[in-house]
Design a protein around this ligand. Structure first.
Ligand code: CMP
Length: 150
């Protein structure tokens, strides 16, 4: 199997804490340095309904209301990304959900504060990546290696 056959896509959100702190450019550079191609990018402020829909899987969790308040607190930046094994590699690059436990040099270690204000979201599986990419982007927005017809 060549590298192309493992080309995969994922979705990330630079969260309002990191955008507010002026870390957007540094986080995008970190992702590119880690081998990700930016296929699409969009800056937006999520509405309450959008944040509730995006995180619907967490609806019953005790932190859900705080999470929605946080994610709607200011602009965020969504990016469609590709690279080999993109879902797993993005999770490595982000670090643990709790910023205080994230490995040194990971995005959450560098730019996150705690378990909620953790700078960045990443899809947790290829299936959810497809759902989350479709939430923010239309197919015609996406350009990148995995999309170039052969
Ligand atoms: P994320 O990977 O985007 O997925 C759900 C988000 O909920 C998580 O990052 C955190 O920002 C937030 N969150 C807040 N408290 C918790 C918690 N106790 N466990 C997991 N996620 C939490």
């Amino acid at each position: 199997m060549g590298d192309r056959s493992r080309m995969e896509e994922t979705l990330t959100i630079i969260k309002p804490d990191a955008v507010r702190a002026g870390h957007t450019g540094r986080i995008i550079a970190h992702l590119e340095d880690a081998g990700f191609t930016v296929q699409a990018i969009r800056r937006l402020r999520l509405t309450q309904a959008q944040a509730e829909a995006f995180y619907a899987v967490h609806r019953e969790r005790p932190f859900f209301a705080d999470l929605v308040a946080f994610m709607t607190s200011g602009p965020a930046v969504a990016l469609a990304l590709s690279r080999e094994n993109a879902v797993a590699r993005l999770r490595d690059t982000m670090g643990a959900t709790d910023s205080t436990r994230a490995a040194p040099g990971t995005i959450r270690n560098l730019y996150g504060t705690d378990i909620q204000n953790n700078a960045i979201h990443g899809s947790d599986s290829p299936g959810n990546a497809a759902i989350e990419r479709a939430f923010f982007f239309a197919g015609c927005d996406m350009v990148g290696p995995a999309r170039i017809p052969r």
